[in-house]
Design a protein around this ligand. Structure first.
Ligand code: GUN
Length: 306
């Protein structure tokens, strides 16, 4: 008698689009309650150059702002914009009481010092959560503006796993934008946190110990089934454009940092790319804009009383 091979069930697909819609509904309700007091949150988005991916991200951010009732202001420049002009625009936006959030889309052209630009944004308007005051405050558990992508990942994890306390989370990638703030948020949620990076020895074996895997390396499909413990929950932050052939034409498709099909046969749940983390980043940008608006209102009332 032959025994048919048993198929293990495929991982649950974590629906970032649906979760982002729930976050956006919460934000829209918050915007409506501010409107009752005559306040309209304002978000300034600055885009420099012609990077196609950045153009798509900015367009999506502006669309979602409009959908939830946030007033958006778009500033577009070609990639010869002098740094001094960008810094003076940021200084002007910092002073403008109708602008509550400022986002400068990264990456910037080589002649512009990214750190100088990030530090020029008023920390109370830093809806990206990249300013040192916010980044440092996050590690100290203060109620700061936190980066949107890791905040979105945390929400997906809470909805997927329930209780996070005591779970072992492995973060692959140590960027200031995702890896490091993700570690701070998971520690605050009482996870045990391991960070892996390009110099980690035996990274796949370390990753196989994880209950939760956050892949944020920017390398197409780098993590395969070998990196995963059966039953792990996988959040794929990567958005990589790879060339493929279609109808005899050169086309591109988007893939994550995780080999989705291979990982689906091992993991309990996994985010797709696209449709996973991407929509959550935008939803939390809108949430941060509302949080920044309320923060600035409190600061203005405190200043009036002083
Ligand atoms: N480029 C890619 N992701 C981001 C982000 O979250 N914020 C900004 N400002 N630029 C980005």
């Amino acid at each position: 008698m032959s025994i048919a091979p048993t198929e293990s069930p495929l991982a649950t697909r974590i629906d970032g689009k649906a979760c982002a819609e729930r976050v956006l509904a919460e934000v829209a309700a918050d915007v409506a309650s501010l409107a009752a007091d005559g306040i309209v949150p304002g978000l300034a988005v600055v885009l420099i150059g012609e990077d196609p991916a950045s153009q798509v991200y900015v367009r999506n951010k502006l669309r979602k702002a409009e959908a939830v009732g946030i007033r958006s202001l778009e500033y577009r420049f070609d990639d010869t914009l002098p740094q001094a002009e960008l810094l003076s625009l940021i200084a002007r936006l910092n002073r403008d009481p109708e602008v509550h959030g400022i986002l400068v889309q990264l990456p910037l052209p080589d002649h512009i010092d990214e750190d100088a630009v990030i530090q020029a944004v008023d920390p109370a308007k830093d809806v990206d959560g990249f300013h040192r005051q916010n980044a440092g405050g996050l590690w100290q558990g203060l109620p700061v503006l936190a980066p949107c992508t890791p905040t979105g990942c945390l929400r997906l994890l809470k909805e997927t796993c329930g209780e996070l306390a005591g779970q072992h989370a492995v973060i692959v990638g140590r960027s200031n934008i995702v890896g490091k703030p993700m570690a701070a948020l998971l520690l605050a949620a009482d996870c045990s946190v391991t960070m892996l990076h390009s110099k980690s020895r035996d990274a796949a074996a370390l990753c196989r110990q994880a209950d939760i895997v956050i892949a944020a390396v920017g390398r197409p499909e780098m993590l395969d089934a070998d990196w995963l413990k059966p039953g792990a929950v996988v959040i794929d932050v990567g958005i990589n454009r790879i060339a493929c052939d279609g109808d005899g034409e050169r086309r591109h498709r988007l893939v994550g940092d995780v080999d989705f099909d291979a990982a689906s046969r091992v993991a309990a749940a996994i985010t797709p790319v696209p449709g996973g983390v991407g929509p959550m980043t935008i939803a939390y940008l809108m949430q941060n804009t509302v949080t920044a608006t309320r923060l600035q209102r409190r600061q203005a009332s405190a200043a009036a009383l002083a």
